[in-house]
Write a protein that binds this ligand. Structure first.
Ligand SMILES: Cc1ncc(COP(=O)(O)O)c(C=O)c1O
Length: 397
């Protein structure tokens, strides 16, 4: 048996006739950049995010950069950023000339710990970027309350979590901007690089649209210095083919997550994370896990959330055990990966740029514990059973 971490062919093959038809139609339209296909996608994705505006862009990375530029974040400013994230979140802050300020995550949701964020606020802090990691919303009530208290702008990095829910709202619709990635591994994946920015404020959305196209407010009139962050019509058209199936893709991911929780939690030494531990100091949690002989902690959907499970990420405890399980699964042809083996504060390029490298103990500990296992929609029952049996074997070694 072979179980990849993600199987793009399995998703795309049934759509081949539809995908080819829209390819032909874009080819014949001669309209390859922005235009009606992009506008239609923008409206659909804004609706999925509960936001008023959608602005199609070239990638999730460019969406973050564009949001920061529209908010005029730059040299001298500080931006709060979880240290446990994909590089793009932090890289874009640095590219504006602002200083990323590293914040730890909580030990349950893998998302920014807002209490620890508050401790790092200075009079230079201009914005906070909650990342909705693995498909689960960060604690947006806490983020928005903090932002209101200190007049911070909020950019939701929604790259991994399109249409994840938070207390009846959708991610990307709560902050000043939401940034979405359609990178092929995402829950709604394009056929190349693509992204989208969501916004509710009319003026900010308009400014972002101008900045997307070199700050061109009218033909050859550049009020701002922007860039080329435009989205291709072809990517928008192909993504729109997938849109009607998107809800079922997510539901299948959710069903697989439930099966993992049900079956893996029966194994000796395996527990499901507890929501109460979101606020538990990590040293207490780690001591409790160690004395109970816990080998693996399964992720949870927190209350009030709609988790979209872009990744099903477990924590594997004990010296060297995570790497041993990973190697064992790979030897069984099961795809698995660690997101992220290195935190942002530990990156060479940020040694002289970032701030706040203290008190990042959860994120640092998790780099040696996390492992993501296959949860893609097309995963068959047989494949999932094989993953479960193999995890059981690996833990028994
Ligand atoms: C958390 C996060 N932010 C930003 C990005 C950047 O998106 P893209 O690859 O579309 O530029 C990604 C994904 O790759 C991501 O996972």
């Amino acid at each position: 048996m072979n179980v990849p971490l993600l199987d793009l062919q399995a998703q795309n093959q049934p759509l081949e006739p539809e995908l080819k038809a829209v390819f032909d139609s874009v080819l014949r339209s001669g309209r390859f950049i922005l235009g009606p296909e992009v506008e239609a996608l923008e409206a659909s994705i804004a609706a999925l995010s509960g936001a008023t505006y959608g602005i199609g862009v070239s990638s999730g990375t460019d969406a973050i950069l564009l949001a920061l530029m529209a908010l005029e974040i730059g040299p001298g400013d500080e931006v709060l950023c979880p240290t446990f994230t994909f590089f793009a979140t932090a890289g874009c802050i640095a590219r504006t000339g602002a200083t990323p300020v590293w914040v730890d995550i909580d030990p349950v949701s893998f998302n920014i710990d807002v209490t620890k964020a508050e401790a790092k606020i200075t009079d230079r802090t201009k914005a906070i970027i909650p990342v909705h990691l693995y498909g689960q919303a960060a604690d947006m009530d806490a983020v928005m309350a903090l932002a209101a208290k200190y007049s911070l702008k909020v950019i939701e990095d929604t790259a991994q979590a399109i249409h994840a829910g938070y207390k009846g709202k959708w991610v990307g619709g709560m902050g000043d901007f939401g940034t979405i990635s359609f990178y092929p591994t995402k829950n709604l994946g394009a056929f190349g690089d693509a992204g989208l920015l969501t916004a509710n404020d009319t003026d900010l959305a308009q400014k972002a649209r101008w900045l997307r196209n070199h700050g061109d407010v009218a033909r050859y009139v550049h009020t701002y210095v922007g860039g080329n962050f435009r989205l291709d019509a072809l990517q928008a058209a192909l993504l729109r083919v997938k849109l009607p199936y998107f809800a079922s893709y997510v539901e299948r991911r959710r069903a697989h997550a439930q099966t993992y929780l049900q079956e893996l939690s029966k194994l000796p030494g395996v527990v499901i994370a507890s929501e109460a531990d979101v606020t538990t100091p990590y040293s207490d949690l780690a001591a409790r896990e160690q004395s109970a002989g816990i080998k693996m902690v399964l992720p949870i959907e927190l209350s009030g959330r709609y988790h979209t499970w872009n990744q099903f990420t477990v924590r594997i405890l004990g010296d060297g055990r995570r790497d041993a399980v990973r190697d064992f699964l790979r030897s069984k042809n099961i795809g698995c990966e660690t997101y992220y083996p290195v935190t942002m504060d530990q990156q060479e390029c940020f040694r002289s740029i970032g701030k706040g490298s203290d008190s990042l103990e959860v994120a640092h500990a998790f780099t040696t514990q996390t492992l993501s296992i296959p949860v893609y929609p097309e995963l068959s029952a047989e494949q999932q059973a094989y993953v479960i049996t193999s995890v059981a074997e690996a833990l028994a070694l």
